[in-house]
Design a protein around this ligand. Sequence first.
Ligand code: SAM
Length: 498
Amino acid sequence: MSQPFPDTPLYPQLLELIRLNCGLTFGDDRRETVCRAVQERMTQRGIPAPESYYALLRREGEELQALVELLTVNETYFFREPDHLNLLVDTLLPELLNTHDPSQPLSLLSAGCSTGEEAYTLAMLLAERQGVPRPFPFTITGIDIDSHAVAAARNGVYGKPSFRAMDPRMKERWFETAGHGAFRVRDSLRQQVRFEVANLLTAPNTELLPPPAIILYRNVSIYFPQEVQLRIFRQLADLLQEGGVLLVGASETLAHDVGILPLLERQGLFYFAKRPAVGIGDRRSTKRILSPPPPNVTSPPTAVPPTERRQPAPASRHPRMAVPVDTDPRRTFDNALVLARTQRDDEALALLGDLIERNGTFLKAHGLKACLLLNNSRYDEARTAAEAMLELDPLCREACLLLGIIARHRGDNDEGFRRFREALYIDPDCWLAHFYTAEILFNRQERKRALGSYEAALRLLHNDTLQDPGQAFFPLAFNVPQFISICRHKLSLLQENG
Ligand SMILES: C[S@@+](CC[C@H](N)C(=O)[O-])C[C@H]1O[C@@H](n2cnc3c(N)ncnc32)[C@H](O)[C@@H]1O
């Protein structure tokens, strides 16, 4: 009798084939799932030998597609993460419509739409706010790699779990009974949404898919390794219209905040936009986590999310000010800090350069320099600055964290992991190191270890250790509640999939 596929040396090759085809990766905790799917396909095709089945997968794209379809996670429901959807239809969309050519429908895309609940939710919200004029001024498209999910989406018939977050009055308005406890989307709504089978990993067919003004790409990237996440995000960013908005799931934001699109914030919610000018009016609530201003300087105006600042700031934004060189290193550092907080990174870096030249052992000056360079995507220089910190103090927790974050931005998760572990050796209570360790474990699909690390981060975040001035200069993209909500969300995903 043949060995089960996962016990053969072909198993890693099979996983690689799947990853190359659709981006999905499977850790040891999902070995069973892969095993079941492979067995089902081998039985269906009447192929008992793993070697023959693997050869078939390599030969026949359709077979690989059939296997992938057994491995996708299609979990979805109407009105999932509704805060972002409300922000979209109530605030961002009206702004987009102001600048949109009214003779053209505005295009929305649900990327990784699964069985269609997200795309129909958009259609319902738009119809509720705008009515259903003919012609409907929007095109809503859902795409997914899974042809069965797409067929179900086109069919538009749903059972109870899909309605778990939906107001029953909405259900009444937009659905009719379909027997056996199921409900069908009413035709008037169904006609407004179309669904296509498409692989996000391959370049989008722009004939099928007009450039969208809004992309929802939520709860899809969590199943991809980091390099796939970035590749797909870049493609979606290219596809997005100028001025358009791209939403990812709350827990996915951090991983995509890598400078491809600026991250903006409205009403405490984060979203990516193709042009920094979109919706910058209301970002006051985002605070960069920095130490309180030193007593001898006035507080700078609004702090801007550092994520936005990773796009190099246009030189004209702030007139260059001659910053007096102070002979007191502490005061020079404080001045650099004020400049950094007001987005005058070049001036802050110049001041720090002077300071370090005169006083090379000023650890915090190296730290602020590394953060600013990191914020500006100058990774090599940021690493040199962080390494200088380690030379000054081999047990510098902040240097390890910075080196870990820089490694992540460069896509080197192994190095990142090593650095975050070092930070934890130095300080086992460092929530940021626990958090990033958890993110890497999550991406590696090491479920149990990821759970433990998110739990540790959450516990420490609740203890409010952020006040610790040692973490004062980190280029954190999120405020504490945001980190807490990401940890909670990831924990619930890990528990759901357990
Ligand atoms: C968990 S569902 C998310 C559904 C919906 N976006 C939501 O937030 O509720 C993830 C979907 O991503 C799809 N998917 C995974 N890899 C894909 C790929 N390479 N191209 C297109 N869709 C993919 C899966 O088939 C699955 O239906």
